[in-house]
Design a protein around this ligand. Sequence first.
Ligand code: SIN
Ligand code: CO
Length: 376
Amino acid sequence: MNIQEPLQLLGGLSPQTFMRRYWEKKPLLIRQAIPGFQPILDRTELLDLAAMDDVESRLVVQAVPGREKAWRMRHGPLARKSLPPFKQRAWSVLVQGVDLHDERIHTLMNQFRFVPDARLDDLMISYATDGGGVGPHFDSYDVFLLQAHGRRRWRIGRQKDMSLVPDMPLKILANFEPEMEFVLEPGDMLYLPPRWAHDGIAEGECMTYSIGFRSPCKGEVAREVLQRLAEQAEDEAGDAIYRDPKQEALTHSAEVPQAMVDFAVDAMRAALRDPLALQRALGEYLSEPKPNVWFAGGAELPTGGVRLDRRTRMLYDAKHIFINGESFRAGGRDAQLIRTLADQRYLQAGDMARLSEDARDLVSDWCEAGWLYAEQ
Ligand code: SIN
Ligand code: CO
């Protein structure tokens, strides 16, 4: 992708300008980001997905007559028969991770790869009947809201009062104060930075695609990285035994000796001695597939080019390649070629032929695992 080229998708801004001026800074409304956009999945196809076991979905029903503030939510799988009738107002089905199930949706999401893959999360599709939505709320991540079918009225604002309506099955802002309002038609798109409050209400039957981003919190990153480091800690720190020839006799028998604390600090340092261990653990964590993803196991290495399966997460850093939660050291021409595979998500036959035998063996294993397959 040429990051300096103006994109219709970004209202004529280049990805570079968009990132500098808007990303994480302010909302952007883009009329006709995708001119003539037609929904990729129709209502039946979407609701079929919502009924599947390995697809994350939710039903949100609003406005029980006479009880304006009542919201109901049910997690999927959502059998078609269990949904309200289409002529009933104000209900919505939200289907998460549609990019994992549909190649066309995956291709649409790839248009947003000017943002790092480590940040790109999924494409969610919502279907709503007239008046439907999930109520005024804020998200902790950035989102592009692409209108796919019908119209939706978005009200947005930099909410100061973040208090929520108590005892609701979903997070609804108690005192939403919108600052701006837009009606989105098919092909229009709204970018919202994290924590901007928003409320999207369907005007007639409506479908919205949300391209969502991953914003892990520090605590989660620490836990995930430390968990992976812990697995190797015993090998790294070694089996030296605690000894205390200088221990004095004492009366406060229950007190932890300072020498024991020093020993623990030393053990921790030893476990973290490998300067690349943290990068490796981070890459493995970031490239971990979604919990509901299973690879069926694939074929032998094809003779031509290869393409990553749409569910494969592949990343790299200066010293490693990460694929679906595993890490590999790579250098030289092999690293360069495998990075091309990660960036393009395919590698053409000519480049495949330039891989060393070891690297080909590795790619062959990935092929057998079903992580990539023959480029059509
Ligand atoms: C929706 O599509 O109904 C909700 C999307 C969002 O608010 O993030
Ligand atoms: Co939202």
